[in-house]
Design a protein around this ligand. Structure first.
Ligand code: SAM
Length: 216
C-alpha cells in the first residue's frame, strides 16, 4: 500500500467507527493515534483498517475496531485511572487504553501473545503498559484495586475475583454468555451499596478459558 492509500483507509476507518456509535472524542483520538497495522502479522496485515475481527496467533482474534471503541467508551476512563484488561490478544486494545489511562495492566493466558504484544508496546514507546502471562479470571491481586476492568473474552458470569478487585466507584465491562452463542456486553458499576448492571449490546467473543494456553 502507498502512503496515500494508507491515509485514505485510515480516514475510512475513523468514519466507520463514528458511524457505528464511537463518538467520544478522547476515544476517537486514541484510536487515531494507535495504528492497528502493527498488531496484525502475516496474511491479514493488509486488512488492518477494515472494521472486522481478524485472526492472530494461538487461534485467537484481534477484536473488531468498532467494538473496541464502544467497549473503551463504555469504560468512561479518566487520565488518573489504573486499568486491568483481561485478554491481551494482539495488544491493540491495551495500546488504546494506554492513551487514556495512567496505568494499564493486561494479562493473557498465551505466553506468545504477551511476548509479541510487549514487542509492539516497546516499539511504540507505550511505557505505561505492563503485560503479564496468566489466567486473568483471577485478576491481578498484587496490583488491585482497579478503577476500570475490561474483559475481552466471554465469561459465563462476570468473574467474582475481578468484581472483588474493582474499586468502589469503578466500572467493569465484560461480554457475558456462552461461547458458541451471541453474548451480551455488560457494564457493571460498583457502588457503596453493591453492583449495578446494564446491558449494552450483543457481541461475539472467544471464551474466557481456565489456566495457561498451549502456545502455537
Ligand atoms: N484485546 C485483544 C486485542 O486487542 O487484540 C483481543 C482479545 S481476544 C478476543 C481474547 C483473548 O483472551 C485471547 O488472546 C485469549 O487468549 C484471552 N483469554 C481467554 N481466556 C483468558 C484467561 N482466562 N486469562 C487471560 N486471557 C484469556
Amino acid at each position: 500500500m502507498t502512503e496515500d492509500e494508507i491515509a485514505q483507509r485510515k480516514m475510512q476507518f475513523l468514519y466507520a467507527l463514528r458511524s457505528k456509535g464511537v463518538t467520544d472524542k478522547a476515544v476517537l483520538g486514541a484510536m487515531e493515534a494507535i495504528d492497528r497495522g502493527p498488531f496484525i502479522r502475516g496474511l491479514f496485515a493488509t486488512r488492518a483498517y477494515e472494521d472486522m475481527p481478524l485472526p492472530i496467533a494461538c487461534g485467537q482474534t484481534i477484536s473488531q475496531p468498532s467494538v473496541v471503541g464502544l467497549m473503551t467508551q463504555a469504560l468512561q476512563i479518566s487520565p488518573r485511572d489504573k486499568v486491568l484488561e483481561v485478554g491481551t490478544g494482539s495488544g491493540y486494545q491495551a495500546a488504546i487504553l494506554s492513551k487514556l489511562a495512567r496505568r494499564v495492566y493486561t494479562i493473557d493466558r498465551h505466553r506468545r501473545l504477551v511476548r509479541e504484544a510487549r514487542e509492539i508496546f516497546d516499539a511504540l514507546d507505550l511505557t505505561n503498559i505492563t503485560a503479564i502471562t496468566g489466567d486473568g479470571s483471577f485478576g491481578l491481586p498484587d496490583q488491585a484495586p482497579f478503577d476500570r476492568i475490561l474483559v475481552t473474552a466471554a465469561a459465563e458470569d462476570p468473574p467474582g475475583p475481578l468484581l472483588a478487585q474493582l474499586k468502589v466507584g469503578g466500572i467493569m465491562v465484560v461480554p457475558v454468555g456462552q461461547s458458541d452463542a451471541v453474548q451480551s456486553l455488560i457494564r457493571v458499576h460498583k457502588t457503596e451499596t453493591g453492583l449495578d448492571y446494564d446491558e449494552l449490546r450483543p457481541v461475539r467473543f472467544v471464551p474466557l478459558l481456565e489456566g495457561l494456553g498451549k502456545d502455537t
